[in-house]
Design a protein around this ligand. Structure first.
Ligand code: RB5
Length: 147
């Protein structure tokens, strides 16, 4: 299942990405906002709570730059949120980082390139192997630092 959310800076982009999800037959749930001013940490928290319910789940978060909402998401234990600033990053954050959330900037990124990034993010699996060791070290950092 894919969970998607945005603040007011990402609303238009979210509608476009929901169009992509529908056209491509993905099951998704939209967790807000509806275009009204909201605080991006609240949306990050809602989406990430749902993502954590299953390792198969993915999240999509959009704010004005993708930065604030990614910072907020990465404060939540078990979340690895990456800014998908291009196709290569979106692909490698799945292959190497096992990212479970991708973030975009509604005011800083173009919908064409973001749609391509989302497509590769949703179709790429984690490589495991030596990258699993590194992900385990990220999890250990969460324990050590009480995130
Ligand atoms: C909201 O105006 C804006 O600060 C937010 O969308 C985002 O860009 C924060 O990083």
């Amino acid at each position: 299942m894919i969970y998607i959310g945005c603040d007011h800076g990402g609303y238009e982009m979210k509608l476009a990405l929901i169009g992509y999800l529908k056209e491509n037959g993905f099951e998704y749930e939209d967790l807000g906002c509806g275009g009204e001013p909201v605080d991006y940490p609240d949306i990050a928290e809602k989406v990430c709570a749902k993502v954590l319910a299953s390792p198969e789940n993915k999240g999509i978060l959009i704010c004005g730059t993708g930065i604030g909402i990614s910072i907020a998401a990465n404060k939540i234990k078990g979340i690895r949120a990456a800014i998908g600033y291009d196709w290569y990053s979106a692909k490698y954050t799945r292959l190497h980082n096992d990212a479970n959330v991708i973030c975009f900037g509604g005011r800083t990124m173009g919908i064409g390139s973001v749609t391509e990034s989302l497509d590769v993010f949703l179709h790429t699996d984690f490589m495991g192997g030596r990258h699993k060791t590194r992900i385990d070290k990220i999890s250990a950092l969460e324990e050590k630092n009480n995130v």
